[in-house]
Ligand binder design. Sequence first.
Ligand code: ADE
Length: 262
Amino acid sequence: MGGCDYCRRDLCRVMTFAATVLTLYPEMFPGPLGISLAGRALEEGKWSLDTVQIRDFAIDKHRTVDDTPAGGGAGMVLRADVLAAAVDHALGAHPDTPVLAMTPRGKSLTQARVRQLASGPGVILLCGRFEGFDERIFAARAIEEVSIGDIVLSGGEPAALMLLDACIRLLPGVMGAPSSGAEESFENGLLEYPHYTRPAIWEGRTIPEVLRSGDHAKIAAWRESQSEIDTRLRRPDLWERHKGARVQSASGARHENEEPDQ
Ligand code: ADE
């Protein structure tokens, strides 16, 4: 069969994951994504990056992008008309690409959603500043609101960098050892097991004996059990979901570890 080393279909030869970032601070990109794995992948054309200056879509001579909040209060709000023009421009260049707004009001980003996004044509990311976006933009355009955690950043740009990093490392040919992606935290709904390396004894602490046994079945069983113990202790929320998924799977209602629809 023909095809390339990764997809066997030749599709990836012509497909590049296209990232477009709408921001008031384009100089923040590619930032950390210009080095290491992501930087090399960018140079190799495995993903592409366009930044769009939101201010270029202002409609007044002062290039205003924000205004005071209706009803009063602190801060400024990004104008829906300016944002819509920037989003429409990006969609014109990349039709059928999901548009995501980075905001602490969004749905929490998951590894399952990252995987879906990484397997698509790319993403258009809208980065907010100030108090946020005029809410009407979300009624007027198909935009998914995404949060990277229950913390408040000074703007959406660091969140966009995180989302892109998570997607890029999953692109075909970006990560050295593909299996290290499948076994890591969240891929099966659990935290990954702990790792050790040389020296065998460090500050009086040894590596668990089983890892030096050479018995691969025993090692796999130990890792599975550590992964479960750590998830139960550190992330009871993940553990409950994992248990629930197993019960549902046993009753045939849902496949094991399958996430609910996003
Ligand atoms: N902008 C500010 N805080 C954010 C968060 N937690 N997630 C995504 N975008 C943000």
